[in-house]
Design a protein. Structure first.
Length: 357
C-alpha cells in the first residue's frame, strides 16, 4: 500500500498546490498524468502483492464477513458496462464474492459472450443480462421497471459504463453524448433505483469517475455552456465535465441519503488498458498498443478500487468520499462544493425535463 498511498499523496499535493496558487488546471492534468504512468509501471514490479492476489484477497474478505449461510437471500448487484474492461473484472469479482450480478449492457451479444467467459472461468452461473442503453431515457426506464418486477432487493449498484472523447454526438434524447451517457444516464438510473436500494439497506452505490475530472470546468455556467452549445464542444473537457459530474452527484447524493443506510462513493480506477480509447485514431497502431500495455494498468489492477469500495467491510459506513489506488484521496475542491453540486443537480433535472418527449 506504500506505493498507492505515496502516488495519491503526490496527486493530492499537486491539486492543493495548483488550487492555492490558481495555476491553470490543464497544468494540473499534465502534472498528474506522469504519476499515473509511474504508478502503473512500478506496480507491475510489486511481486509481493500483484493485482490477482489483491483481487482474491478482496473476494475472500467479503465472503468471510458475509458468509453465505448467514444470508437469507443472495445479494443482487447491478454493474453497468459489465461486458468489458473494468466492468468485466469487477463483475467477475462480485460473482466470486457471492453476488448475483446483473450485466446492465447495451449489446446483448457482447454481454452474453462476457458472461459465458466468466461462467467458464468460475464455474458460477450467478449472472444475468438485462438490456440498458444509458444514452436513452426510455431504455433506462424500461430497465428499472424490468429489474423491479423481478427483484425486491438491490445491495449494490456500480455505475461503471462510460464513453470517452468521442466526436460530437448526441444521445437518443438529444443531449451531448459524454455528459448524457456518463452522468445523466447514471443520474436517472440511480434515482429510479433509490427506493429499492433504501429498502435493501445496508446498500452501496459506486460511481466510477476519473482523474480526468481535473480537466473539467469549475463553474456551473461553463459546464452548462459546454453541454448545451455544440460550438463549445471539446472532447477532453466535455469528458472531464461528465466525470466531475459523477463525483458531484456522489457528494450531494451522500448527503441526501444520510441516515438511510445507503452509502455512495466515487473513484478513479487508474489509467487502465481497456477499449475506452476506441475513438482515438492511434488506438489500432501496434506500437501504441504495445506502449499502452507497459504504461497502463491491466483491467484486473484497474478494477481493484471499484471492488474494494463495493465490498470492503472497512468502508461499510463511509459515504461521499473519492477513492483512487484503493484509498480515499483528494478530488478537486469544486467537486465537494455543496451549493455547486446542488446547482449541477438542478441543471441535470432541467435537462432531463427539457429532453423528455
Ligand atoms: N480505462 C481507463 O483508463 C479509465 C480511467 C478513468 C476512468 N475510467 C472509467 O471507467 C469506466 C469503465 O471504462 P473501461 O475503461 O472499462 O472502458 P470500456 O472497456 O470501454 O468499458 C466501457 C463500458 O461502457 C459501456 N457503455 C458505453 N456506452 C454505453 C451506453 N450508452 N449504455 C450502456 N453501456 C454503455 C460499454 O459498452 P459497449 O461494449 O457496448 O461499448 C462498455 O461495456 C468508465 O466510466 C470510464 O470513464 C476508465
Amino acid at each position: 500500500m506504500i506505493l498507492e498511498k505515496f502516488s495519491n499523496w503526490i496527486v493530492s499535493f499537486q491539486i492543493n498546490f495548483v488550487e492555492r496558487i490558481r495555476l491553470g488546471r490543464s497544468m494540473l492534468g499534465f502534472m498528474a498524468v506522469p504519476v499515473e504512468f509511474f504508478y502503473a509501471v512500478l506496480s507491475k514490479f510489486n511481486l509481493a502483492s500483484p493485482p490477482k492476489v489483491k483481487f482474491n484477497r478482496y473476494v475472500i474478505e467479503y465472503r468471510k464477513t458475509n458468509p453465505v449461510e448467514q444470508q437469507s437471500e443472495q445479494p443482487i448487484a447491478i454493474v453497468t458496462g459489465a461486458n468489458s474492461g473494468i466492468g468485466y473484472t469487477t463483475s467477475k469479482a462480485l460473482m466470486l464474492a457471492g453476488f448475483h450480478v446483473i450485466f446492465a449492457c447495451r449489446n446483448k451479444d457482447l454481454a452474453t459472450e462476457a458472461m459465458d467467459k466468466i461462467k467458464k472461468e468460475t464455474n458460477l452461473e450467478t449472472c444475468e443480462y438485462m438490456h440498458l442503453d444509458l444514452s436513452s431515457f426510455e431504455s433506462i426506464h424500461q430497465f428499472t421497471t424490468e429489474f423491479k418486477s423481478k427483484y425486491a432487493s438491490l445491495k449494490l449498484l456500480v455505475n461503471n459504463a462510460g464513453v470517452m472523447m468521442c466526436p460530437y454526438l448526441k444521445t437518443k434524447d438529444g443531449i451531448e453524448m459524454q455528459f448524457g451517457t456518463n452522468h445523466v444516464g447514471h443520474f436517472i438510473l440511480t434515482n429510479n433505483l433509490l427506493d429499492v436500494l433504501k429498502r435493501s439497506s445496508p446498500a452501496r452505490i459506486v460511481n466510477v469517475s476519473s482523474l480526468a475530472h481535473l480537466f473539467a470546468d469549475t463553474t456551473i455556467e461553463k459546464i452548462i455552456e459546454r453541454t448545451t452549445n455544440p460550438k463549445k464542444y471539446n472532447k477532453i473537457w466535455n469528458y472531464g465535465n461528465s466525470k466531475i459530474a459523477n463525483i458531484m452527484f456522489s457528494t450531494l447524493l451522500a448527503k441526501k441519503l444520510s441516515g438511510t443506510g445507503v452509502v455512495v462513493n466515487s473513484l478513479h480506477p487508474g489509467s487502465v488498458n481497456t477499449g475506452l480509447t476506441r475513438y482515438s485514431s492511434f488506438d489500432n497502431n501496434f506500437l501504441v498498443r504495445f506502449i499502452k500495455s507497459i504504461l497502463l494498468l491491466s483491467p484486473t489492477a484497474g478494477s481493484l478500487t471499484t471492488i474494494k469500495v463495493a465490498t470492503s467491510s472497512d468502508l461499510e459506513n463511509v459515504t461521499g468520499k473519492y477513492f483512487a489506488r484503493e484509498n480515499e484521496t483528494t478530488a478537486l475542491s469544486f467537486s465537494q462544493n455543496i451549493p455547486a453540486c446542488q446547482e449541477l443537480w438542478d441543471f441535470t433535472e432541467s435537462l432531463i425535463q427539457e429532453h423528455s418527449a
